[in-house]
Design a protein around this ligand. Structure first.
Ligand SMILES: [Zn+2]
Length: 88
């Protein structure tokens, strides 16, 4: 069964369509990361969790009606440490 509410384990973007998924070095789809974060078996950019939160907050605020950028950051600080890429 494929889950419909998968999200990227790096930036938390929901991955609903096949083209949302990142690619492995053999061109197969990577299940964990989105196309923006992961390409050809590598992360597209090296950044810290903090930088990723800064970068992604405006998008998350935009995707969630009524959410401010500050609120988005607050939420992300709660669940980003659980994501595969940032888990220690
Ligand atoms: Zn991502």
């Amino acid at each position: 069964m494929e889950s419909i509410d998968k999200y990227c384990q790096s930036c938390a973007m929901p991955m609903n369509k096949p083209e949302d998924y990142g690619t492995n070095s053999d061109d197969s789809k990577n299940d964990d990361y989105c196309a923006y974060c992961y390409k050809n078996g590598e992360f597209t950019s090296e950044m810290t969790m903090e930088q990723m939160i800064e970068y992604s907050a405006p998008y998350m605020a935009e995707a969630n009606e009524g959410m401010s950028e500050e609120q988005a950051k607050e939420q992300m600080h709660k669940f980003f440490p659980e994501l595969k890429r940032w888990k220690k």
